[in-house]
Design a protein around this ligand. Structure first.
Ligand SMILES: Nc1ncnc2c1ncn2[C@@H]1O[C@H](COP(=O)(O)OP(=O)(O)OP(=O)(O)O)[C@@H](O)[C@H]1O
Length: 907
């Protein structure tokens, strides 16, 4: 049965292949096929093959009526679709070649000129200095005999519409779909309509929305699947800024990372950290574009109330694999709204405006040089002269299409700027009126027209074939009851990369780590420099991205003030500045009017656009993000509490290191200690801490030796080494945490009481994390407790003694080489900087210093008050000598103690 099902499954394929060889069919073969079919029917298989005669070709099939008619039709349809498909591909290839030839004839670098109309309220002046006598010439009327005319690939007079402009641009867009890199520039004096051409308005959309629409529409009509990714950045004062990353609003807001230009081995340019968002829908792309526009650096100038102070670059990356008509699998289209060129002599700009103007002019000049060099096919192309040309290096070469839309003002007062602009355009185009040979020009025109006709013919034929294919697909669908597009093997299953902030963040982090790890230490960025440059911030800060930043409401805007600029400045126009920046700016030069960088855009806006069509993904990712966030929250919480604890300690003037209790407390506390040795999770944390300390130092208050005032330190090197070898890294860490927590304060009734405020926050952490480890270490200490290795201190052990004990303790921790370490110093080899800091703090603490200064005078004073709680007991001379020697030997100074302390001990 299994075998028969298999043969049924294979039958279709077998028959198809046999039908494909119908020319060589023999009656015997036909009979054998019919037998197979019959045998299948007789076995009751669910195959529905009803061979019938379809056309004359099949009359030879004696049992044709048993062949499934549907299957034959389906196979025929598939064949026809496949042949149509290959024909369309062939035509596409021919069209690409023809288009490329056409664009070559037109010039890979083409220059258009658009003249801005006179806007409402503008004074035209006495005469009209700029005129467009035909569609390729601009005539400039200058006083005297200096009138000039300039030639362009196309001139758009003042009344021309956005549609007309786009029609001329469209071949470049088609070329971009064919796999060529393309650049579209809007160049011109400030206020001449560059942004209008590129962006347009709701009634007259500009080149950017039209280009996006055209690309998406054409791609949807293609046989292949395209992936588009949208990026937007600006070059402001020689810095690259990603416009799709939320920009800081307040000075305290984190800076987005700086973008850097990278060149891959194949010469391709990549902008590191630049966000590229996959777009599949026109509206989605437009929303991103609008969001990016809101982050642009703009300011009010004399010439334009809303002047762009940077170059705005939109990059549409196109990926399409295996399409034969494409030049390369990945290419990009750049749509660039250049900053307005300015004449500083005229604008009299100063301060930031001057800087901005200078930066814009320099990069425009660099761009002109590059295009000029490319036109002249020079050996050296000066790409490195500006960030703009560096970014566009791989999109401005021979194999790319470049279109520059030069904008001029119709006003007489702008004549100088217009001349500059037209000269720039002429240089870029490398041709002026009169330079071209008329015969050559006519031939070129004829060839262009011919190619245009070829392209139109191909497109028409392709369209017809496409329609036929669509019809066949519908028919096939009705027969197979499946979506033929799914079966179309020509379509590539392009996996659209999802924007995962975590991945992006990690990628950037890794990349940074990798790049910085290659550098020697002194060249690596410090924390401060990173913070300054913003590189320490993740590109997609999770908190930032998912947190709704408060939008500036209209009331907030209303609080912005409008004030006139100082006379004499170029900013005679009123400038709206937010209240926050107002005072600062008034104090500065008025020329330094705040450039508006980021307005009214929240991260949520971007998120909404990016994830609008990927809600499912977000939902599933959310869980991961949540877990991730929770983990981070835990760590953050821990770090915060730790920081606050440290801060509290540092600011606390009454801080003393942990010391064992004086004799009079001994009995009570020893009992507590004993009870806690058995019960580690006791509720009384204070006692636990104290007990821990006892355990740590193995200090035993000896009642019998209460008046001896002797500290005996017995050192057993062998034992010590053994102990050290037994203490593992975890235990060391636990001990460190534990020491960190063991701060106690003086109190009248309970002289060495654990500070509740410090420890309360730690209690839970301690119970959960440190207690088990502590218990382990305690057990360890008890296990290795040798009575001979104990510190013997008097009942009335003073703070001084105990302080020295602390010093010795820390010293021994520092002295990893020291062979004379007592067994009790089990954390040898690890520097406990926190404890060290605590001890240092003693010496800077007035109150404590008074009591703990170890000099003879103080010792005598303290001796007199030995019986009183809270007063240090004088030290025995012997102890002083031992300790001083030990301190000396163990490089006290390397611990950071000053000479005062050292002298005090040795005196
Ligand atoms: N072709 C046009 N039709 C109608 N209005 C136009 C046209 N060109 C420009 N404008 C208007 O002129 C003004 C200035 O234009 P726009 O802001 O686009 O200049 P710009 O060259 O981008 O200036 P900048 O370089 O300072 O940013 C705008 O109000 C715009 O609407």
């Amino acid at each position: 049965m299994k075998e028969s099902s298999k043969s049924v499954a294979n039958l279709t394929e077998t028959i198809h292949s046999l039908l494909g060889m119908k020319a060589t069919l023999t009656p015997n073969w036909v009979d054998s096929v019919c037998d197979i079919v019959k045998s299948i029917h007789s076995r009751g298989s669910n195959a529905r093959f009803q061979p019938t005669k379809l056309d004359s070709d099949w009359r030879s099939l004696s049992t044709a009526d048993e062949i499934d008619k549907d299957q034959v039709i389906i196979s025929k349809l598939n064949d026809e679709i496949a042949s149509l498909n290959s024909r369309i591909n062939e035509l596409s290839l021919r069209r690409r070649q023809a288009l490329n030839e056409y664009l070559d004839l037109k010039g890979n670098i083409r220059v258009f000129c658009r003249m801005r109309p006179i806007t409402m309220g503008e004074n035209l002046g006495r005469s009209r200095p700029v005129a467009a006598p035909d569609s390729s010439k601009v005539f400039l009327e200058v006083a005297g005999s200096n009138s000039r005319s300039y030639s362009f690939d196309r001139v758009f007079p003042p009344g021309s519409s956005q549609d007309e402009v786009f029609m001329e641009v469209e071949p470049v867009i088609k070329s971009a779909l064919d796999g060529y890199n393309a650049c579209l520039f809007a160049y011109g004096q400030t206020g001449t309509g560059k942004t209008f051409t590129m962006e347009g308005n709701s009634d007259n959309p500009g080149l950017v929305p039209r280009t996006i629409q055209a690309l998406l529409k054409r791609a949807s009509n293609s046989n292949y699947k395209y992936l588009f990714r949208f990026s937007m950045l600006e070059i402001y004062l020689r810095n690259l800024k990603d416009l799709l990353v939320p920009q800081p609003v307040k000075p305290t807001d984190p800076m987005p990372p700086n973008l850097t230009i990278q060149m891959d081995p194949s010469g391709g340019i990549d902008i590191e950290n630049l966000v590229a968002i996959p777009v599949s829908d026109h509206n989605q792309a437009l929303q991103l574009y609008r969001l990016g526009c809101r982050f642009r650096s703009t300011a009010s100038t004399n010439s334009n109330l809303n002047s762009s102070r940077s170059h705005c670059l939109i990059r549409i990356s196109i990926t399409c694999l295996n399409a034969p008509e494409r030049r390369r699998e990945k290419n990009k289209v750049w749509l660039i709204d250049l900053g307005g060129s300015e004449r500083v002599v005229k604008t009299k700009a100063s301060g930031r405006r001057l800087e901005e103007g200078k930066a814009i002019n320099l990069s425009l000049s660099a761009l002109g040089d590059v295009i000029y060099a490319l036109q002249r096919k020079k050996g050296h192309i000066p790409f490195r002269n500006s960030k703009l040309t560096q970014v566009l290096k791989d999109s401005l070469g021979e194999d790319s299409k470049t279109l520059m839309l030069v904008h001029v003002s119709p006003k007489e007062e702008d004549l100088c700027e217009t001349i500059c602009t037209l000269n720039f355009a002429a240089r870029v185009r490398s041709t002026c009126l009169g330079n071209e040979d008329p015969t050559e020009k006519a031939q070129k025109e004829a060839a262009k027209e011919n190619l245009q006709a070829v392209i139109a013919g191909i497109e028409c034929e392709r369209q017809k074939l496409r329609e036929d294919m669509d019809k066949l697909n519908i028919k096939l669908k009705s027969l197979t009851r499946t979506d033929p597009s799914c079966c179309e093997n020509e379509y590539l299953a392009l996996e659209v990369p999802q924007v995962n902030p975590d991945i992006t963040k990690n990628k950037i982090k890794d990349a940074r780590a990798a790049s910085s790890s290659k550098l020697p230490g002194f060249m690596r960025p410090t924390f401060c420099s990173q913070k300054k440059s913003g590189t320490n911030q993740p590109m997609f800060d999770e908190k930032q991205l998912f947190k709704t930043r408060k939008r500036r409401t209209s009331s907030h805007r209303a609080r912005s003030v409008a004030f006139p600029m100082k006379s004499g400045s170029e900013y005679t126009s009123d400038c709206s500045i937010s209240g926050a920046s107002c005072l600062v700016d008034l104090m500065k030069s008025t020329a330094d009017v705040e450039t508006e960088h980021s307005i009214d855009t929240s991260e949520c806006d971007i998120k909404m656009v990016v994830f609008s069509e990927e809600k499912k993904l977000v939902t599933s990712d959310k869980m991961e993000n949540k877990n991730y966030s929770m983990q981070h929250l835990k760590v953050d919480k821990w770090l915060q509490s730790r920081e606050s604890r440290l801060a509290a300690r540092i600011s606390n003037n009454r801080r003393v290191p942990a010391v064992p209790l004086p004799l009079k407390q001994k009995g009570k506390e020893q009992n507590r200690a004993e009870s806690l040795h058995c019960k580690v999770d006791a509720k009384d944390f204070k006692t636990t801490e104290i007990d821990k300390h006892y355990s740590k130092n193995e200090v035993v208050a000896d009642e019998g030796a209460s008046s001896s005032l002797t500290v005996e330190v017995e050192m057993d090197t062998a034992q010590s080494k053994q102990s050290n070898s037994l203490m593992n890294e975890d235990q060391m860490l636990d001990m460190e945490s534990w020491f960190d927590a063991s701060l106690i304060l003086e109190d009248e009734n309970y002289p060495f009481k654990v500070r509740d405020d410090i420890l309360s926050g730690e209690l839970e952490d301690f119970r959960q994390n440190e207690m088990p480890a502590l218990q382990k270490s305690k057990e360890f200490i008890h296990e290795h407790n040798d009575p001979e290795e104990k510190f013997y201190v008097s009942d009335s052990s003073s703070k001084s003694e105990l302080y020295l004990r602390e010093v010795l303790y820390d010293m021994n921790m520092e002295d990893t080489e020291g062979s004379a370490s007592p067994n009790m110093f089990k954390i040898q080899g690890r520097t406990n900087h926190l404890d060290l800091k605590n001890i240092r703090a003693l010496f800077t603490d007035d109150t404590i210093q008074k009591n703990t200064s170890i000099n003879t005078q103080n010792v005598h004073q303290l001796e007199g008050n030995a019986g009183k709680a809270g007063i240090y007991h004088p030290l025995n001379e012997k102890v002083q000598i031992i300790c001083a020697s030990a301190l000396l030997g163990l490089r006290l100074q390397s611990l950071g103690f000053g000479d005062d302390f050292f002298n005090g001990l040795t005196r």
